[in-house]
Design a protein around this ligand. Structure first.
Ligand code: ADP
Ligand code: MG
Length: 918
């Protein structure tokens, strides 16, 4: 890794010498060029890539915006800050009279190292931290950018280098339990990490180790020492699989862990008879974050993130923050070591000097970087010259007594500034979480589907029962009322008839009695004189007349009475009429209810289609398109994948079909209610998609109803669905003549002329195309405008529609060529007559394969009849035929075209004239 990335950074590494700004004017002599590691950058943050500078940009959006997973990473130089420790008590006392050996110019990010009273060297760092710098500020400039990178998925390193007692542990490891302002980088880093991650998707775990005399010890489990370093040569990753890894959920437990580590460190060092300043302490924080991300995410000019078509997928990012508190950098003899300390010194120096050598090699772009020389350099292979974002803080003391150590520390820092890393994100596709999520989702959907299905069935059952109950209740109450009314009328009627009869009988008796008395009178007094007799007769006559008048009066009265009776009888009839009306109303209502039941059942039919479809879709693992019900199922050009699904529903449809009854569904096509009509036409269209139903539908008059519906156009949906149903019926040869006979072609032509909706036009074109395939209908189709209608439809331009038009033309041309071969047709093609040739020629090389195939076939058929040859030549069709015979990808069409060309004398001579070899 050290070697691999180095060569990329020739340009960015170039350090440009520049004289100290104060060289002349301050009177101070600058005898060395100012060390400028990278003049482009003056702060830790300014060199960050744009998306990094905000720190959270990535976390808000996506990783891929600035680092491709397998491509090159982002250049990132090692950042170096220098920190000066304040004078301690000893120094205050001992060096009171001496000036500090360093002078800091934090605003210029420079440090002057005094050689003597009149001479100093100036060095530039990424950050210069004075003795007054707060721990918070130190964290923010040194470690925070690294922590933010780690949260974004990069590896990161924060390392402290310096002489013992200059504040490395103070800077990194302070727990700050007494004074919270004292908290060091380890504690503050974890605070930021825990604040940023979300416990549902992310996790943090730490290992804490000590490297002493080339042995790695586990500070969280001291018994575990001599931990091996495992390197993955492929991805260049180092890991410590045997080190204790503790998952961190809260800050408290982390601080506790650091304290335990520190205790173990002291214990181990006591046992080994050393101090902690002789060993390197290494904290490793592993961050794992899951999120949804995509490949195609780019920033546009405004820096906004725009997501392109691809769906998001689950990704995991694993990154690692390594915090290294190095052993003191001073040479051993100076701190008074002896005895076995020398061995130790070698080991300490082994790791430290190997680190120095690696950094030198990297800074000088050397061909060999000796990373394998020590455990420390092996552990830090990603931190220097690798893919991590690395910050180094070099700590110095103020005392002139340690000038030598301070100088070497500063030079170490200067060299480290030249090391370029190539930051890369380690991101993987999170298959596990995706499959887990999908499984859960699938199960949920399946359960929900079952629940809905059951609820729906229950609901239909309930509505059915309710409707049946209501109907029978109404029937019963109506029958009761009718019966009552009838009985009452009958009684009244009988009563009046009886009265009338009684009166009649009475009258009769009266008259009989009168007649009887009259005849008695005539027989009396034979001894009376003629005059008397005359008088008597006169009297009798008068009496008779009177009686007759009375009788006539009586008859009149009787007649009147009879009339009255008749009237009352008629009154009874009015009642009956009223009852009839009620009965009619009830019957009407019953019919309505029955209609409702039919609608509900047909809705059930519809929903069963859709539910089955959904179930099939789910069972199929969600592959392919979700089937969305009617509009695709009614299509006569249905996708073959759907066929199985539809077949599978046959049983349930058949049941419903029987329950509802075709006649009733067809009757609904003429319902007064527009919604019912729409609904019914959809159901009929669905049924018409099944070959088995087509005959039944036609026999039951469904075709006529559909044609009527097409004519009485009221709504685009109705028209589209009706056209689709007709197209389905038109697949069946027996129906084709019927459609023509009922004037279907002119209706379809009318629809073709004024419909705008591509779906409708596709259905109409499909229907006409089906009719075009019928030999018997050829002449009629032309004379009734079928071909013109097809050609009119091309204005729509939708490829599906055009494909139907092309199919129709091919069908028609085929019928014509068949008729020509059989000798029943000798005249010019009706297609050419109706002006189809220009469109055919124009679209013969259409990029949509279905359109092209149909037209190629149509051209071959047209060409088979010699009488068409002249028109075809002048219309440019010959060229297309030649092209087809050469380039068509289908062997059969290609050879058909060739045969056709060769067999036609007209074409042959034209080809000869054009000098085209054939
Ligand atoms: P190192 O780890 O480099 O050997 P330490 O961190 O142990 O050094 O610091 C040595 C002493 O100096 C400690 O007592 C520490 O508290 C003190 N010290 C170091 N840096 C500072 C500072 N910036 N401000 C105050 N005291 C400091
Ligand atoms: Mg220390």
């Amino acid at each position: 890794m050290f070697e691999n990335h180095w060569h990329n950074f020739e340009t960015t590494r170039a350090s440009s010498p520049k004289n100290g700004a104060h060289g002349g004017s301050s009177g101070m002599k600058v005898d060395r060029p100012v060390q400028v590691a990278n003049i482009k950058s003056s702060s830790f943050k300014s060199r960050l890539t744009p998306s990094h500078s905000s720190g959270s940009a990535l976390r808000r959006s996506s990783p891929a915006s600035f680092a491709s997973k397998d491509g090159d990473g982002v250049p990132g130089r090692v950042r170096v800050a220098v920190r000066l420790r304040p004078r301690n008590a000893e120094e205050l006392a001992a060096d009171a009279d001496f000036a500090d050996c360093v002078e800091l110019q934090p605003e210029l990010k420079r440090l002057k190292l005094r050689k003597n009273n009149w001479d100093s060297d100036t060095y530039e760092f990424d950050e210069v931290l004075t003795e007054f710098a707060s721990q918070k500020r130190v964290y923010e400039v040194v470690a925070k950018p690294v922590v933010e990178s780690v949260l974004d998925g990069y590896n990161g390193t924060v390392m402290a280098y310096g002489q013992t007692g200059t504040g490395k542990t103070f800077t990194l490891g302070r727990l700050g339990e007494q004074d919270t302002a004292d908290r060091g980088i380890m504690v503050r880093s974890m605070e930021d990490i825990l604040a940023e991650i979300s416990p549902e998707t992310d996790s943090v775990s730490v290992s804490y180790l000590q490297l002493y005399m080339e042995a790695l010890q586990d500070l969280l489990n001291p018994a575990n020492d001599n931990i091996p370093i495992v390197e993955d040569p492929k991805i260049g990753d180092v890991s410590l699989p045997r080190a204790t890894l503790v998952e961190i959920r809260d800050q408290q437990s982390f601080v506790e862990l650091l304290r335990i580590g520190e205790t173990h460190r002291i214990a181990a060092n006591t046992k080994l008879n050393t101090e902690s300043s002789r060993s390197h302490a290494i904290l490793m924080v592993h961050v794992k974050r899951s999120f949804m991300g995509g490949d195609n995410i780019y920033s546009n000019e405004n820096g906004d993130i725009s997501h392109l078509a691809k769906p998001l997928k689950p990704l995991v990012r694993k990154s690692k923050l390594v915090v290294v508190d190095l052993a003191g950098s001073e040479r051993i003899h100076k701190s008074g070591s002896e005895g076995h300390m020398l061995e130790e010194a070698k080991s300490i120096n082994l790791s430290l000097s190997a680190l120095g050598k690696c950094i030198n090699a990297l800074a000088e772009n050397s061909a060999h970087v000796p990373i394998r020389d020590s455990k420390l350099t092996r552990l830090l292979r990603d931190s220097f010259g690798g893919t991590a974002r690395t910050s180094l803080i070099v700590t110095i003391g103020p005392s002139p007594r340690h000038r030598g150590e301070t100088t070497s520390t500063i030079l170490f820092g200067q060299r480290a500034m030249k090391v370029e890393n190539m930051l890369k994100i380690k991101e993987e596709f999170d298959y596990k979480s995706l499959s887990r999520r999908l499984e859960v989702q699938l199960d949920k959907l399946i359960a929900e589907n079952e629940r809905q299905q059951k609820a729906f069935e229950d609901e239909v059952e309930r509505i059915n029962i309710e409707a049946e109950n209501r109907v029978s209740e109404v029937e019963r109450s109506f029958a009761d009322a009718l019966e009552k009314e009838r009985l009452k009328c009958q009684m009244d009627y009988m009563e009046s008839v009886k009265q009338l009869e009684e009166k009649l009988v009475l009258n009769q008796q009266q008259r009989d009695f009168d007649v009887f008395t009259d005849s008695n009178c005539i027989g009396q007094g034979p001894g009376l004189s003629a005059a008397e007799e005359l008088v008597e007769l006169k009297k009798l006559l008068e009496k008779e007349i009177k009686l007759r008048k009375v009788a006539e009066e009586e008859v009149k009265i009787c007649k009147r009475q009879q009339g009255q009776d008749r009237q009352s009888e008629a009154g009874g009839s009015v009642e009956v009429l009223k009852l009839h009306k009620i009965l009619e109303n009830e019957a009407h209502q019953k019919k309505k209810l029955e209609e409702e039941i039919i609608i509900l059942r047909s809705q059930l039919l519809q929903l069963t289609f859709e539910a089955d479809q959904m179930k099939r879709y789910l069972d199929g693992g969600g592959s392919g398109n979700a089937y969305t019900g009617l509009d695709s199922s009614m299509s006569p050009f249905r996708h073959p994948q759907l066929k199985d699904a539809v077949n599978g529903q046959k049983a349930s449809i058949a049941t419903l079909f029987e329950q509802v009854g075709l006649q009733k569904i067809l009757a609904l096509l003429e319902s007064d209610d527009a919604n019912v009509r729409i609904h019914a036409v959809k159901v009929v269209a669905n049924l018409a998609a099944e070959e088995a139903n087509q005959k039944k539908i036609v026999e039951a008059g469904g075709l006529t109803s559909l044609l009527v519906l097409l004519r009485s156009f009221e709504d685009e949906t109705v028209r589209r669905v009706a056209a689709g149903a007709i197209a389905n019926l038109a697949m069946n040869e027996a129906n084709q003549e019927l459609i023509m006979a009922e004037g279907g072609i002119s209706l379809l032509s009318m629809t073709a002329a004024d419909a705008e909706d591509p779906q409708t036009l596709r259905m109409v074109a499909g229907a006409i195309a089906n009719l075009c395939g019928n030999d018997k209908l050829r002449m009629k189709l032309k004379s009734e405008g079928g071909i013109k209608a097809l050609l009119g439809i091309v204005r729509c331009g939708h490829p599906d529609v055009l494909s139907q038009v092309a199919r129709g033309i091919a069908n028609f041309a085929k019928c014509e060529s068949r008729a020509s071969t059989q000798g029943t047709n000798s005249s010019r093609s009706l297609l050419i007559e109706d002006g189809a040739l220009p469109w055919i020629v124009q679209n013969a090389n259409d990029e949509a394969a279905p359109i092209r195939r149909h037209i190629e076939l149509a051209l071959c058929h047209l060409a088979q009849h010699e009488v068409n040859a002249k028109d075809m030549i002048s219309g440019g069709a010959l060229w297309e035929l030649v092209r087809i015979s050469r380039d068509c990808s289908r062997e059969d069409i290609r050879s058909l075209a060739r045969r056709t060309l060769i067999s036609s004398p007209t074409f042959r001579s034209e080809l000869r004239r054009l000098r085209i070899e054939y």
